[in-house]
Design a binder for this molecule. Structure first.
Ligand code: AMP
Ligand code: ZN
Ligand code: FE
Ligand code: FE
Length: 281
């Protein structure tokens, strides 16, 4: 009955196609998994077709890029919100901003590391699947292809870190605005890895309480970027604010160490999410 509520495919920066992800989820024994590509629902149809009747259930979702002041905050949005103009416009703007940002980072890396800018930009284009939401992992793959680093991980450590010399910000809606938009669209908003490693810090308990006021439904608690004390603190906060708690892998295929189903969401939380979703899935 295992449910993994946070995964990425080639519709963003995962390395498995949506159909491959379905087979991997099946092999991992998952009953349900949520496809949550960055700012995109584009992999949903392929995943649902691949799952057909006997595959795992595919919960529609996306991981929406947002910002709270200087903090970059990821918001999981559950539900098929492809028909909601406000949510889709918000994501389309973010994708446009992400595309110029990742190119700007490539230019900075090329200049700083003495690489041929044209070659790096061409490798970046080749490493970004058609239609995918662009991100740093694609730039990491381009650097791997050029033999500058061994793997995505090394690229992040050496060149692409939040606090690194080549980092460039991108435009995204405020977290509160995104929570409200997801809620208004009939979706369920859950903060992704709220206490995960982030260059500029994390949201305080009181900022999370403010988000609960505008419709935040849950917190992703069991995530590999959270240590035991972070999980404990988030569980207490969720209890105080009556928020759902989830667990998930944040799987990116072969691009990251995260394994499908390494953290899961319990049946009680799944029931709450399903009852909040007023969209078919
Ligand atoms: P971006 O969305 O472009 O800011 O890039 C962030 C993405 O890179 C997130 O989805 C992370 O999962 C991924 N990421 C962050 N750190 C690493 C790492 N060390 N190795 C591989 N992927 C990473
Ligand atoms: Zn990602
Ligand atoms: Fe994230
Ligand atoms: Fe993610």
């Amino acid at each position: 009955m295992a449910a993994d509520l946070h995964t990425h495919s080639t519709a963003s920066d995962g390395r498995s196609t949506p159909a491959e992800l379905v087979q991997e989820a099946k092999a991992a024994g998952l009953r349900v998994f949520a496809l949550t590509d960055h700012d995109s629902w584009d992999g949903l149809d392929e995943a649902r077709q691949a799952a057909a009747d006997d595959g795992p259930k595919v919960l529609a979702g996306a991981e929406i890029s947002t910002q709270s002041g200087p903090l970059s905050v990821h918001l999981l949005a559950y539900g098929d919100l492809r028909g909601d103009a406000a949510v889709q416009d918000m994501c389309a703007q973010t994708i446009t901003s992400r595309a110029s940002r990742v190119e700007a980072m490539a230019r900075r890396v090329a200049a700083g590391e003495g690489l041929d800018e044209k070659v790096l930009l061409a490798q970046l284009a080749a490493a970004t699947p058609p239609g995918a939401t662009p991100g740093r992992p694609h730039l990491a793959d381009a650097l791997v292809a050029m033999d500058i680093v061994m793997a995505r991980d090394d690229a992040f450590i050496r060149l692409l870190a939040d606090a690194g010399p080549y980092y460039v910000h991108y435009g995204a809606p405020s977290t509160a605005q995104a929570v409200a938009a997801v809620r208004a669209a009939g979706g369920v908003a859950v903060l992704a890895h709220p206490r995960g490693r982030h260059g500029a810090g994390v949201l305080s308990d009181s900022r999370i309480a403010d988000l609960a006021e505008v419709g935040l439904a849950g917190l992703e608690v069991d995530h590999r970027d959270h240590d035991d004390s972070a999980r404990y603190g988030l569980r207490m906060l969720a209890r105080d604010l009556d928020l759902i708690t989830t667990g998930s892998s944040d799987y990116h295929g072969s691009g990251k160490k995260n394994r499908l189903g390494e953290n899961t969401t319990d049946a009680a939380a799944m029931e709450r999410i399903e009852s909040l979703l007023n969209v078919e899935w």
